[in-house]
Design a protein around this ligand. Structure first.
Ligand code: 0X9
Ligand code: ZN
Length: 469
């Protein structure tokens, strides 16, 4: 087979890279498949197109994945079997140059407590047990079906790919968990119960965080009526979870199978598409630099290939505007303008966005550590408490990590006054669970026991976070 170098197009480059990277491993993957029954997707096709100069632009515009490889005036496009017909429909005459085998990975055995009747894709995993986007979404459906008195699903938007009508995009989904009374979980900021909001994988490759959300959801729905802490939480509080805030990015990550692709950003390649797919150069916008809170002021880059590219304008990305729309539907805007106006002491609500893996509890202002919020004492007190529960450092980002503008937590605090935190879920104990893709057994043995009490603490403070001393 020919060797294709780095593909040009950002969004589908990961698929290309996954397929290409997996080729050398095919022998061992096949063996694993024979033993465990590997999950496979569809093969990818490389099409050769006799094309005059400039047509790559048209191919991009039509959503095709043009590879960097050239042969005279021939171009190469990576796609599905059906893309051959689509290319013909756009007036091209493709021939199949090669077929790349589908990524393969071995699923973990079913979780011991799994109902054998649940849809199969709840168990679809990669890299030893991490759940795919579809599995996370099937989990939300399963939980709502099994616990109609406790769980409500909300679709709050579409990912960048889905919104553009490209293949492989996803809905943006949340779940609300509470012992339901009339009006609970409504998209109305004036809720009877205070709201604790947990989100994960806005940075796609930080895969520990999605797993913590999965376990948090299970802990809540399985504990109601049997665990007194959970029971009183669900009676008093709405627990919202967005397990995957950046599903297009996670789709790229999971295509690496047992070697996840280290995509951090979303899949929006329109600002620059010649980035490759490495951990340090990749297409996409960093969603945690893109929000309209002090956008473009610190810890950012204007290079579209950079890990911290903040986008062409504030809130340019649909994953963020959709999420912000959800936040506005869940929390009233109670904070005045300016950097030091406090939210009132009786403000309700806590938001935690999980990242990895610096082992830190962070709170606003994250864009500039020399500026403190008007709620600094209470945010710091909650940060300190969660720091002592987890064994993590705590502080504003610039105090212990680096200043960075346009993050989710600065936005929810800035625009709405919500008590907001980033928890960098990590291993600072030398137990071998550090990095973006720790072995899956670290989740049950290390991260979940560490995070559970911190999340319970935060949820229990959703009524009056700013009264914390
Ligand atoms: O740089 C980030 O976005 C976060 N670290 S990570 O390694 N997970 O990428 C820290 C974000 C802290 N919060 C804000 N800057 N808003
Ligand atoms: Zn992160």
């Amino acid at each position: 087979m020919r060797k294709y170098r780095i593909p040009i197009s950002g969004a589908i480059t990961a698929a290309a890279a996954a397929a290409i990277l997996l080729v050398p491993q095919l022998g061992s993957a096949t063996n694993v498949a024979a033993v465990n029954g590997a999950q496979t997707g569809d093969p990818s096709y490389v099409y050769r197109i006799d094309s005059s100069a400039g047509q790559s632009e048209k191919l991009f515009a039509d959503g095709f994945d043009v590879l960097e490889q050239r042969d005279g005036k021939d171009l190469f496009v990576l796609g599905t079997k059906g893309d051959g017909d689509r290319l013909r429909g756009f007036g091209f005459s493709p021939t199949v140059e090669s077929v790349l085998p589908a990524p393969q990975w071995a699923p973990v055995p079913k979780r011991a407590d799994n109902d054998p009747l649940v849809p199969a894709d709840v168990n679809e995993t990669y890299d030893g047990g991490y759940h795919t986007v579809n599995a996370q979404y099937a989990h939300l459906d399963q939980v709502a079906t099994q616990h109609p008195d406790l769980a409500t699903n909300v679709t709050y938007g579409k990912s960048w790919r889905k919104n553009r009508g490209l293949t492989g995009g996803y809905d943006l989904r949340a779940i609300c968990i509470t012992k339901k009374k009339s009006g609970d979980c409504a998209l109305n900021p004036n809720s009877a119960k205070p709201r604790f909001f947990l989100m994960s994988q806005i940075h796609a490759r930080e895969i520990t965080t999605g797993d913590v959300s999965w376990r948090w959801i299970d802990y809540l729905v399985n504990g109601y009526g049997t665990d007194s802490t959970v029971t009183s939480l669900l009676n008093s509080t709405e627990l919202w979870v967005v397990p995957i805030a950046n599903p297009d990015g996670v789709d790229i990550v999971q295509k690496g199978g047992n070697s996840p692709i280290l995509q951090r950003k979303n899949a929006d390649y329109l600002n620059g598409n010649n980035c490759g797919v490495s951990a340090y150069s990749q297409a996409g916008v960093d969603l945690n630099r893109n929000t309209g809170s002090h956008w473009d002021t610190s810890g950012i880059s204007h290079d579209p290939c950079s890990q911290v590219y903040d986008g062409p304008r504030s809130d340019s990305e649909i994953e963020n505007t959709a999420l912000e729309g959800l936040f506005r539907n869940l929390y009233p805007a109670v904070r005045g303008s300016g950097n030091s106006a406090p939210a009132p002491p009786d403000t309700k609500g806590v938001m935690i966005t999980m990242h990895s893996d610096a082992s830190m509890v962070l709170f606003p202002w994250e864009y500039d550590y020399t500026v403190h919020t008007g709620n600094d004492a209470a945010l710091r007190a909650m940060g300190k408490a969660m720091g002592s529960i987890t064994g993590y450092q705590y502080g504003q980002a610039g105090e212990i990590l680096y200043n960075a503008s346009g993050g989710t937590d600065d936005w929810t605090y800035d625009k709405l006054g919500v008590a907001s935190f980033t928890i960098e879920v990590g291993d600072n104990t030398g137990r071998g669970c550090s990095g973006f893709t720790p072995r899956f057994s670290c989740q049950a043995s290390f991260f979940w026991p560490k995070m559970k009490p911190a999340l319970v603490y935060a949820a229990q403070h959703a009524l009056t976070p700013y009264r914390t001393k």
